[in-house]
Design a binder for this molecule. Structure first.
Ligand code: PEP
Ligand code: MN
Length: 338
């Protein structure tokens, strides 16, 4: 971390700052030039409050040299992390597809869709039991009974399952869930992140509606600082000024994340666009940008879906997307993960 000191500082103020920094366990190197004075901080600066430093009278500006995320940082873990979800590997040169309905609606619905997406090539089944809806009057999910139906579909098809957790109080219900999803709205629910981290189960961490990549990695850090290692990041579009799509898919996040972190990165083109006809082009774009996988909403009757029908593919449309991806994978040095 580098602190630029204002030109007309008082020596006593600077001495106090150096003393305070050292009390925090960090070394300080002072460089006094003819036009500027710089304090270089050496050591673990992650605990220093950068905004507090910026607010000091004698401080002109503060710049971090090292990212504040340690566990998720590729610098300290150069090899890709491979996350195993019920025997299917995410990360490295493996490519995986998670698919299923937005919400679990009935036993028949979830099992029919599960069989169809498995046949088309999906390896992990998704389905929401607890749904984060903007309106309290919208369908809120079948909750615990929905989870039971998803577990039934797991038994019936042998597919591992992913579903969203919304409350710390539900953790016990998720013990047979293979991959716990933290949704966009809860990306910064720090208590939930910590409690889910304590389970040490694989976590699918979606990007918040309006969060930076660094904030997203700091959320992964919350989970990892509890000892969990298996985090999959999911880019699902961010809020912009563009109303034609539900969100704007941030494709540049994929190659950037691959530089910054060793964690696998997948893309959800369904929530990113909100439109089923955009799911195929965005899926292929995500493959081209280097994603390790996709999460796609599929419904056997999108017109009557209780949630997100407009962005859901029919099973035959999903099959077509998988076929196109199959053609692309060798071009991006990836293979279907086992
Ligand atoms: C979901 O995947 O069901 C969902 C609600 O997505 P997001 O949290 O990205 O909005
Ligand atoms: Mn949805």
């Amino acid at each position: 971390m580098v602190i630029v000191i204002k030109q007309n500082y008082e020596q006593k103020q600077l001495d106090n700052l150096v003393k305070w920094v050292k009390q925090q366990g960090v070394d300080a190197d002072l460089i006094v030039g003819s036009h500027s004075t710089i304090l270089g901080l050496i050591g673990d600066t992650s605990k220093l409050d950068i905004n507090l430093l910026r607010s000091l009278d004698i401080v002109e500006s503060v710049k971090r040299i090292q990212e504040p995320f340690k566990c998720a940082n590729r610098k300290f873990h150069p090899d890709d992390t491979i996350v195993d979800v019920g025997g299917h590997k995410f990360g490295g040169n493996n490519f995986q597809i998670i698919a299923g309905p937005c919400s679990i609606e009935s036993e028949k619905q979830v099992i029919e869709i599960a069989k169809a997406v498995k046949k088309a090539g999906a390896t992990v089944l998704r389905g929401g039991a607890y749904k984060p809806r903007t309106s309290p009057y919208s369908f809120q999910g079948l909750k615990e009974s929905g989870l039971q139906l998803l577990l039934k579909a797991k038994q019936e098809t042998g597919m591992p399952i992913v579903t969203e957790i919304m409350s710390v109080s539900h953790i016990d219900q998720f013990k047979d869930v293979d991959l716990i999803q933290i949704g966009a709205r809860n990306m910064q629910n720090f208590e939930l992140l910590k409690e889910v981290g304590k389970t040490k189960k694989p976590v699918l961490l979606k990007r918040g509606l309006a969060n930076t990549i660094e904030e997203w990695l700091m959320s992964a850090e919350y989970i990892m600082s509890e000892g969990a290692k298996d985090i999959i990041l999911c880019e699902r579009g961010i809020r912009t000024f563009e109303p034609y799509t539900r969100n704007t898919l941030d494709l540049s996040a994929i190659p950037l994340l691959k530089e910054l972190t060793h964690l696998p990165v997948i893309v959800d083109p369904s929530h990113a666009s909100g439109l089923s006809r955009l799911v195929k082009p965005l899926s292929l774009a995500a493959v081209g940008a280097g994603a390790h996988g996709l999460m796609i909403e599929v419904h056997n009757d999108p017109e009557h879906a209780l949630c997100d029908g407009a962005q859901s593919l029919r099973p035959e449309q999903f099959e077509d997307v998988v076929k196109q991806i199959d053609v692309m994978l060798p071009l991006v040095d990836k293979k279907w993960g086992l």
